[in-house]
Design a protein around this ligand. Structure first.
Ligand SMILES: [Zn+2]
Length: 154
């Protein structure tokens, strides 16, 4: 196995430093949450709601983990107004984002939905602060053209 035993800088414990590169391609079945991606292309962020117990989910779930209902979930557009709960700047990026500049991710609480959403923080927020008002906006990411949602300034 290609690799070396080195001392971890923080803990000084021996760790195996594996020099192989790891590429991962995801194939995630989305047939029951495809509406989420269709709406995202229209600029709308959808959550799912259980028609039996009313539990709401984001990211959308294809079944209800609260009551166990496994039939069709209801899709509804989220009210994305809320506030920033936490954030951090990413300097050490995963390989899939290695060609991107440094970026900031955060968790926003959507007040009316009582849901949290993890996303990159948009350029409209130059100095993120915990508690600041936010909305979620959908855009094409400039680096790769993917349709993604960002935490943004209202
Ligand atoms: Zn339910």
């Amino acid at each position: 196995m290609p690799g070396y035993i080195v001392k971890d800088e923080k803990t000084k414990n021996p760790v195996l430093l594996d020099l192989r590169e790891l590429d991962i391609k995801y194939r995630i079945p989305v047939s029951r949450i495809e509406k989420f991606y269709q709406a995202l292309d229209q600029g709308i962020i959808m959550g799912t709601k259980c028609p039996v117990c009313g539990a709401r989910f984001f990211p959308p779930q294809a079944w209800c983990s609260d009551c166990g209902y496994s039939g069709e979930m209801e899709f509804y557009p989220l009210d994305t107004h809320g506030h920033l709960m936490t954030f951090t700047k990413i300097f050490a990026k995963p390989k899939s984002f290695s060609s991107f500049g440094d970026y900031t991710v955060g968790i926003a609480h959507l007040d009316k939905e009582d849901l949290n959403i993890l996303a990159w923080i948009d350029e409209s927020i130059q100095k993120p602060e915990v508690g600041m008002e936010t909305v979620i906006k959908v855009e094409k990411r400039k680096e790769d053209g993917a349709t993604v949602y960002f935490i943004a300034s209202p």
